[in-house]
Design a protein around this ligand. Structure first.
Ligand code: GLN
Length: 486
C-alpha cells in the first residue's frame, strides 16, 4: 500500500487543484470497501457526512479561498471522540445508539483545516484494552496477519492506516493505546504531552492520563496533524494554554542528540528482533552524530501497578454517568422495580466484562477503607515516576527504547487480564508523567512463519514535541522501515 499518498501529499494536490476533495474521498471509500472486509477496522463509514465536508472544501477552492492545510485529507476517528450528529459508541453496548449533540475540539479543528472525516474506528470498550478484542461490536484484525490482534485500544485506527485505507486517523492514549497499536501495525503514532491537545469531546476514561493523538504513515504527517489539533482550548481547563509551535517548520533540523537508553526497557524478555531493531537504530543515529548514555527508570516496574490504580479509580468515577437514565442504553423496565435495580441492570447489561472489572477495581481502591493503601499510594508513586523522568531528562534530550517487548500476539491467545496489562510496560510511564512519546516502525519480526511489525518508542520532556518529532523524523528518514506495508 506504499503507493497511497500521505497527508501532506493529498493536501498539496488538493490545494493546487490537481485533484479534488471529492475525488480523494471516492478513492478512499473504494479502498475501504476493498480493504475493510478482512480487517474490520471501521465501526461506521459515514460517507454522506464526509461527502458534505469534501464538497465544502471543493467549493472553497472554487471560490479562490484558502481551504486549510489539510484540504481534502480523509481521516478516520476513533469511536470515542465525538462528532456532532454522528454516532459514538466507545465500543460499548451501553452507548450503541448515542448520537453526539456536540463536536470534539480535535475533530472541529480538523474540519476547519479542510480534512474530511470518513468515519469511526473500532476500539476496545471505553478504550480499556490492548488488543481491540474487547469491542462489543466485533474485533479488528491486524492487516499484516489476520490471525493476530492489531493492538489496542486504538486498534481500528491503526489497522485502517496500516492497510492503506486512510492516510491518517485519530486515536486516544491513556496508557499506550496509540503507540502500542501503531507498533503492532507498522505505522507511526504520537501521544502528545498531557493537555497539548484538547480532550473536549473525548469520552473520558482516566481523565488525568487521556490524550488524543495522530496515527499516520510517517512522522511528518503526524506533525502536520498536530499543527491543526494542538493548542489551547477554553472548553478544556486542563489544556495547556501556551500556543503550540509549528511542528513542521524545523522538522528536518539535525541536532547532535544525546539519547538516553533506559536500562529497564532493555529487558531480557524483549523479542530478539526488538533487541536487534534497537541496536540497528542506535547505529544509525550514532552515524549521524548522536551520543548515547545509559539511564535508569527504576520505577518502570511499578508503572503498571500505579497506572492500573489511577486509571481504574478515574474510570470508576467517569463511568458512573452511564446509568441508563442520564446516559446510555436503559434495560427494559420491570414492574415494581426500584430505580437502584434499574441502574444496576442497565449497567450490568451495557458494560462488558473488562469494563465491569475496572469499575469494581476503581471503586475498591477509592473506598474509605483502602483509599490510603492504594489510591493515595499510587498518587505518591506517580510523583516519584514524574520526578524520575525529570531527572533523567537533565542528562539527555530524548529516550529511546522498544514500544513493546514483542510483536502482535494471536487473537484469543491472552486470556489472563494481568498478562494483557503487562503489554503496556514501556508505554504507561509517559502517561503517568504527562510527557510526549512516539512509536515509529522499526522493521519486522518473524513470528510463526509470518512477518510482523515492531516499533521503537522515543520519549521527550513535557511539551518537548518539537524535539521529539525532530529526533523521530531523523531516525525514520535514515531507514525505510516506515515504507513497509502488509
Ligand atoms: N492498554 C491500556 C489499558 O487497557 C491502555 C489503554 C489506553 O491507552 N486507552 O488501560
Amino acid at each position: 500500500m506504499s503507493e497511497l499518498p500521505g497527508v501532506r501529499q493529498i493536501a498539496t494536490e488538493v490545494r493546487e487543484g490537481r485533484t479534488t476533495a471529492v475525488a480523494q474521498l471516492d478513492a478512499c471509500l473504494s479502498r475501504i470497501e476493498a480493504g475493510d472486509k478482512s480487517v474490520n477496522g471501521f465501526m461506521e463509514v459515514q460517507s454522506e457526512a464526509a461527502r458534505t465536508q469534501a464538497e465544502q472544501v471543493d467549493a472553497i477552492i472554487a471560490r479562490g479561498d484558502d481551504p486549510g492545510p489539510l484540504a481534502g485529507v480523509p481521516i478516520a476517528i476513533k469511536d470515542n471522540i465525538v462528532m456532532q450528529g454522528r454516532k459514538t459508541t466507545c465500543g460499548s453496548r451501553i452507548l450503541e445508539n448515542y448520537i453526539s449533540p456536540f463536536e470534539s475540539t480535535a475533530t472541529e479543528r480538523l474540519v476547519k483545516a479542510g480534512a474530511v472525516l470518513v468515519g469511526t474506528t473500532r476500539c476496545d470498550e471505553f478504550a480499556m484494552g490492548s488488543s481491540t478484542e474487547h469491542c462489543a461490536h466485533g474485533l479488528v484484525r491486524n492487516p499484516w496477519n489476520h490471525e493476530h490482534v492489531p493492538g489496542g485500544s486504538s486498534g481500528g485506527s491503526a489497522a485502517v492506516v496500516a492497510q492503506g485505507m486512510v492516510p491518517a486517523a485519530l486515536g486516544s492514549d491513556t496508557g499506550g493505546s496509540i503507540r502500542q497499536p501503531a507498533a503492532y501495525c507498522g505505522i507511526t503514532g504520537l501521544k502528545p504531552s498531557y493537555g497539548r491537545v484538547s480532550r473536549w469531546g473525548l469520552v473520558a476514561f482516566g481523565s488525568s492520563l487521556d490524550c488524543i493523538g495522530p496515527l499516520t504513515r510517517d512522522v511528518a504527517d503526524s506533525a502536520a496533524i498536530m499543527n491543526v489539533i494542538a493548542g489551547p482550548d477554553s472548553h478544556d481547563s486542563t489544556s495547556v494554554d501556551t500556543p503550540a509551535p509549528d511542528y513542521l517548520q524545523n522538522l528536518d533540523e539535525r541536532k547532535p542528540l544525546v539519547v538516553g537508553l533506559p536500562r529497564q526497557h532493555l529487558h531480557e524478555r524483549n523479542h530478539p528482533a526488538v533487541v536487534a531493531a534497537l541496536d540497528e537504530a542506535k547505529a544509525r543515529l550514532e552515524a549521524q552524530g548522536a551520543t548515547f548514555i545509559d539511564v535508569d527508570l527504576k520505577m518502570t516496574d511499578h508503572g503498571i501497578a500505579t497506572y492500573y490504580v489511577v486509571a481504574t479509580a478515574e474510570a470508576s468515577s467517569n463511568l458512573a454517568r452511564f446509568d441508563g437514565i442520564r446516559y446510555g442504553r436503559r434495560a427494559e423496565q420491570r414492574a415494581g422495580e426500584s430505580l437502584e435495580d434499574l441502574y444496576a441492570r442497565s449497567r450490568g447489561e451495557g458494560f462488558g466484562p473488562e469494563v465491569r472489572r475496572r469499575i469494581m477495581l476503581g471503586t475498591y481502591v477509592l473506598s474509605a477503607g483502602y483509599y490510603d493503601a492504594y489510591y493515595k499510594k499510587a498518587l505518591q508513586a506517580r510523583r516519584v515516576i514524574h520526578d524520575e523522568y525529570k531527572q533523567v531528562f537533565q542528562t539527555c534530550d530524548v529516550l529511546l527504547g522498544p514500544t513493546t517487548a514483542e510483536p502482535a500476539f494471536k487473537i484469543g491467545s491472552i486470556a489472563d487480564p494481568l498478562t494483557m496489562y503487562l503489554s503496556d510496560r514501556y508505554t504507561v510511564g509517559a502517561n503517568i508523567a504527562g510527557i510526549p512519546a512516539i512509536s515509529i516502525p522499526a522493521g519486522l519480526a518473524e513470528v510463526e512463519g509470518a512477518s510482523m511489525p515492531i516499533g521503537l518508542q522515543l520519549q521527550a520532556p513535557f511539551l518537548g514535541e518539537q524535539a521529539l518529532l525532530q529526533a523521530a523524523n531523523q531516525l525514520q528518514q535514515s531507514s525505510d522501515h516506515h515504507l513497509a506495508s502488509p
